[in-house]
Write a protein that binds this ligand. Structure first.
Ligand code: GAF
Length: 385
């Protein structure tokens, strides 16, 4: 975990002003993959990796944004901010500023230092952590009072519209509304959510396959387009199907033969994943960890075979985890095509589990994985002195 005092000091040394500091966490998704933009259900938890956004105001009409991770900074006149992405790390904070202004927030001049430890390209939502921490920091300089769920929607708009990745609401929402020691079941249509405690004798172990994943363009958007195509075919028969959230397996059995084979499989994944996610939240709330674990394994199989968003390394990682003592459930988490697996593990076994998983994965793939013992953490907040 990063030391916030280091971020404060770096900001003061660079900009000569004492900052206020805001934190937003990364996340791991326990279950519910590619269901958010289908208005379905997801069950992520915020984790103890975060981005800090240290901010101080000034009055020279400029904004300066420094990234300690990229050892780089940008500066613009407030009157001359780029209107769209330039393919640079600064697209994320600049996208947030653009959305704030679109919504009528008067953004003042400031200096901002971004400093985080959410692994990049690992499927743990480093970009949402940057967006949400930036928004919380910038808002602190204004009179605007924006509730956290709306902040999540605005940050999503920044990512969709400005950065150009057609992601759903999950990552920004959990970065805003996550709670210590809880998973969050989100209805991505109504944005109603409930928090489910993670039992104290269960640990979240995140295993990084070290296969990089990225959203901006690429396979994520292709999958999303296939999901839209499947939805459109079902909607022709049942116009009340606005999103796949409204469709059932019976609909798919009836009209799935009109879909290209890939589209049929993507559609089936989303419909079954929604059901699994709701069942998983119930299981967690009832303390039925065995059912929860089985649902996670089933979700991985669906992600691998129907959504075809896994990769060899993630399949190996899940298989190896399932054989370790204390493993309740394991699956590839996040947007897919690499990144991390999420493992629910009995607390008493978690250390040995991590050591063994690292060793076995190295034997099979030759790759040195990062294995993180995490705990569910709070969403966006100001970090007190
Ligand atoms: C990425 C996206 F940003 C989320 O909105 C979600 O679709 C996820 O992939 C897949 O479940 O993290």
């Amino acid at each position: 975990m990063l030391d916030v005092n280091v971020t404060r000091k770096l900001h003061e040394e660079r900009f000569g002003l004492k900052p206020r500091v805001f934190a937003a966490p990364g996340r791991v998704n326990i279950i519910g993959e590619h269901t958010d933009y289908a208005d379905g259900f997801v069950m992520p938890a915020a984790i103890d990796f975060a981005t800090f956004a240290a901010i101080s105001a000034h009055d020279d009409g400029r904004i300066e944004v420094r990234s300690e991770n990229y050892h780089d900074e940008v500066a613009y006149e407030l009157s001359g901010l780029p209107e769209r992405r330039i393919g640079h790390w600064s697209d994320y904070p600049l996208g947030v500023i653009s959305v704030l202004r679109e919504d009528g927030v008067e953004v003042p001049a400031f200096s901002l230092t971004l400093h985080g430890d959410v692994p990049v390209g690992a499927g743990l939502s480093s970009s949402a952590a940057v967006e949400v921490s930036t928004m919380a920091a910038v808002l602190s300089l204004t009179d605007a009072r924006i509730p956290l769920p709306r902040m999540a929607q605005m940050c999503r708009r920044a990512e969709n519209g400005y950065v150009g990745a057609s992601t759903g609401i999950m990552d920004q929402f959990i970065a805003c509304c996550g709670a210590e020691n809880h998973a969050l079941l989100l209805d991505c249509r109504s944005l109603e959510y409930r928090l489910a405690p993670i039992p104290p004798d269960v640990r979240l172990v995140i295993a990084n396959t070290m296969v990089k994943h990225s959203h901006a363009g690429g396979e994520y958007n292709t999958r999303r387009a296939e999901v839209e195509e499947g939805t459109e075919i079902l909607r022709r028969h049942r116009p009340e199907i606005r999103k796949l959230r409204d469709a059932t397996m019976a609909d798919l059995e009836r009209w799935g033969n009109e879909m290209p084979p890939g589209v049929l499989k993507r559609t089936r994944h989303v419909i079954t994943e929604n059901a699994r996610t709701v069942a998983a939240a119930d299981a967690l709330e009832c303390g039925d960890l065995e059912t929860l674990g089985q649902l996670m394994y089933a979700a991985h199989v669906s992600y691998r075979d129907d959504f075809e968003a896994s990769c060899h390394e993630a399949d190996v990682m899940v298989e190896l985890a399932s054989k370790e003592e204390g493993c309740i459930g394991a699956r590839l988490t996040g947007g897919g095509f690499g990144g991390c697996t999420v493992n629910l593990v009995k607390a008493a076994c978690a250390r040995q589990f991590s050591v063994n998983l690292y060793k076995r994965y190295r034997e099979v793939t030759g790759i040195d994985a990062d294995v993180y013992l995490c705990h569910a953490s709070a969403g966006a907040h100001e970090v007190d002195l």
